[in-house]
Design a binder for this molecule. Sequence first.
Ligand code: SF4
Length: 393
Amino acid sequence: MPAHALDEDGVSLYVHLPFCVRKCRYCDFNSYAWTGQDLERHVEALLVEARARAAELRPQTVFFGGGTPSFLPAPLLARLLAELDAITGFRGSAREVTLEANPESFDAARAAACIDGGVTRVSIGVQSLRADVLAAYDRVHDAATARRAFEHARAVGFKRVNCDLIFAFPGQDPQAWREDLLEVISWKPEHLSCYELTYEPGTALTKLRDAGRWEGEESQRCQELFAMTAELCAEHGYGAYEVSAFARTGEASLHNLAYWRSLEWVGIGAGAASWRGGERRRNLERPELYEQALARNEDPIDELEQPSATTNLFEALMMGLRLREEGVLHSRLLRLTGLDATSACAPQWQMLHEEGMLETIRHGESRRTRVTPLGLRFLDDVLVRLAPDRLEV
Ligand code: SF4
């Protein structure tokens, strides 16, 4: 199978661990500062849900996200991995098992528990190597701790490591960002995720900005920093395969590719989303409500919907157009939604092609559409113009 091949009928597994040392200022994930919650009880709840919803799932990829999965003590991590394997059979089926780790908690014992338990890829939340930037984000770690976490990953034998970084800190000196990025590149991770700092509704950072106590970065400067990031990554052998993701050859994240290709996944854990059999579901978000539901032998479901074909088409475009080279495969869209994007999205589809935002490439019978470099700069606008209320179905 080629490196990026995934079984179109395969299913992925997402496992959510919601606790962190504290809440970072920019974070809008379903995560909570740990204030003494019983982690063993939480893991037990996860396993109860896995037995009910993921028995014999045999996922093609697995992702432990959060929150901070590496916040679990090493013995608990080991137990979670072993029992989840016994339930789902992931060690025999998954081509990739990623665990998100934060520098302050990813020590030698946890790194060993992960690799022994079947994790094949670690994603480290480095974010920045600058003390002032880390402090402004309210991150717990410093640069030395991030370096050590990376070394722990290598020392136990991880061959696939991603580092997450954030750029566009207000007034960020491009030279400082360049130095951060070059240092992380010098560690030789297989994958880099470089995110622009965003202001999501309700985060501490957004409140500070709205109160005039934090200045957002101008969009022109963000574009320049992004261009510099892509250039540096390319110079050092990291191909840009998604808006924020850069990888050495064959090192793209398979689990994220499954999302971007709109393949199916089962999500377990507080607030976890799933997409399977034409249904989208989301679990109860609050960890204590999630645990209580499972303790009562109830499904911890919060929402279930069967989106219309048009909504599914938009979702698939929204995810697939993030893939810069690959884009969206028309035959996959048709299989997923029963709709032909060319006619369902006309005339927007045609206009976006005429404006040079989208391009469609043919290989024999197969057609794929992707954003051009211009379309990438205005991706949000492109997606707004393809939104369901603008579609002609
Ligand atoms: S460590 Fe990650 S999940 Fe936790 S609060 Fe910070 S950004 Fe959010």
